[in-house]
Write a protein that binds this ligand. Sequence first.
Ligand code: TMP
Length: 209
Amino acid sequence: MQRGLFITFEGIEGVGKSTNIDYLAGLIEAHGHPVLRTREPGGTPIAEDIRRILKEHGDEPLPDVAELLLLFAARSINVNNAIRPALTSGTWVISDRFTDSTRAYQGGGRGFPVESIEWLAELAHGDLQPDLTILLDAPVDVAMQRADRRGEPDRFEVERAEFFDRVRQAYLQLAEREPDRFAIVDCSRDLDAVRAAISEIAEALLLNN
Ligand code: TMP
């Protein structure tokens, strides 16, 4: 049985991850591969409970280190209970965010050292790395305008533009460091142009798999 491919989508809020994930999943399924769609934090019942804790902002503050550890706790559950079993059975997995989000948000945004994040990543998912990461990129002001239209902001969305700018720059640096794994799609363009870019990526991927 051939292992499924592991594809992740990354980017700051408002770049249109959900729509583009739907689109790519449709193309892959039409080609005959089963696809599991998942998201982080979340993806399994326990990990979704952790997602709720991470996103809501009540009276009690959540220290940055707790945020980091909860993200990896949720990830280890999702990897163990959903992602790895799917890949092993030949199902392709598309995840809305994975460890690059932690590198960008907790590393770039909150300032945690790379070594701590990589140590936790190794502990949580060992050698599991995405085969392909699609970075949906747009300037922060463009993305924030779109995200603003989605109602009540969660604990991450209340951050200021400077925070998201650091996150975006961290993503771009990650992509520069691993050009073979990353594909950057400019999402400041209209949806048709973005879809054309996703189609091109899918064609190359499906040609070889
Ligand atoms: P979203 O997937 O609906 O955008 O919400 C997830 C939020 O969690 C988003 O604001 C980014 C944040 N996040 C991190 O800060 N670090 C992570 O590792 C992950 C997976 C998400």
